[in-house]
Design a protein around this ligand. Structure first.
Ligand SMILES: Nc1ncnc2c1ncn2[C@@H]1O[C@H](COP(=O)(O)OP(=O)(O)OP(=O)(O)O)[C@@H](O)[C@H]1O
Ligand SMILES: [Mg+2]
Length: 281
């Protein structure tokens, strides 16, 4: 099985269970791992077992992060606490530790704050990982590039021997696609967001958003000009539109791969990067 097929299998398991309030049955003694992804458009909590099988997943849409920075601390803590409680109710044990992630280049207080949100939600902090490194973990990527197109930003990271050798994060993301749809139809932003997520309007929305997607591809091209790399993977919720990877591929003139449910790659990768917690109580 290829690495992408393996990642897609895990993503499909996650998609099946996410926000159902149910946990996958698990073997005692296998341990567990927890990841929390504080994103611009949602906060996701993932619980895996010690062998990276999906046990639980839940998310809430949130407006507490801007460009990778926590702007509403209290609300972030409330959401993570709620997601933790849901997981514990479903799993029947207490989540002791969790890891979080930050966009590449985050420093100082902004780096600490993600850990503080996790700790204020009643868990010990395990690791703070780089978002693209988390994504690369699920994709088992040693060499190549991850392009994470989230709500607020497009982040590109190039890997060699499993280490990030170059990264960039620029403020063009899914939100900008929504703004273009709102402008085109002269409709309010929330309505444009609903249109963008409607699979029946996928082709229409894509053609309206094409210039924004090309701008994201241009951001990527500039980085690849400095450091050519392959294979390329696009992840993140904004890449869900079905023609997204083809447009990237055409613009960059090289193959671009997109996992299924790309919005869950980074959150699952954060949990995968975590330490296994043995005790279940
Ligand atoms: N079905 C969908 N079709 C198109 N776009 C979608 C869909 N679902 C989510 N999105 C878009 O994905 C973006 C959010 O992606 P993602 O969840 O990866 O971001 P995030 O991790 O919260 O943000 P960031 O990484 O920028 O902090 C939003 O702009 C949202 O509109
Ligand atoms: Mg993200």
């Amino acid at each position: 099985m290829s690495v992408l097929e393996k990642a897609n299998e895990t993503l499909a398991e996650f998609k099946k269970i996410v926000n159902t309030g149910l946990a996958q049955s698990f073997e005692a003694g296998c341990g567990y791992k927890v990841g929390v992804d504080l994103g611009t458009s949602s906060i996701v909590l993932v619980v895996l077992d010690g062998e990276n099988r999906v046990l639980f997943g839940a998310f809430e849409y949130a407006d507490v992060i801007r460009d990778g920075l926590v702007v509403n601390y209290q609300q972030s803590v409330e959401i993570v606490s709620r997601l933790k409680k849901q997981a514990e109710d479903a799993l029947g044990f207490t989540l002791k530790k969790a890891s979080g992630a930050i966009p590449p280049g985050t420093i100082g207080n902004n780096k600490r704050i993600v850990g503080n949100v996790i700790e204020s939600s009643g868990m010990e902090l395990d690791k703070i990982v780089d978002e693209p490194t988390a994504a690369a973990c699920l994709l088992q990527l040693e060499h190549g590039a991850v392009i994470d197109v989230g709500g607020g930003t497009t982040g590109i990271s190039i890997f060699e021997n499993g280490e990030v050798i170059l990264s960039a994060d620029e403020a063009t993301g899914g939100t900008h696609m929504t703004l273009v749809i709102a402008g085109f139809h002269k409709i309010p932003i929330p309505e444009a967001e609903v249109r963008k997520r409607n699979p029946q309007l996928d082709a229409e929305c894509f053609s309206i958003c094409r210039p924004v997607v090309q701008r994201m591809a241009e951001i990527t091209r500039k980085i690849l000009e400095k450091q050519p790399s392959e294979p390329l993977f696009v992840v993140g919720g904004a890449s869900i539109l079905s023609e997204f990877e083809q447009e990237f591929s055409k613009y960059l003139n090289q193959a671009v791969y997109k996992p299924d449910y790309p919005q869950f790659v980074t959150p699952i990768g954060i949990a995968m990067s975590s330490e296994i917690i043995d005790e279940v109580s």
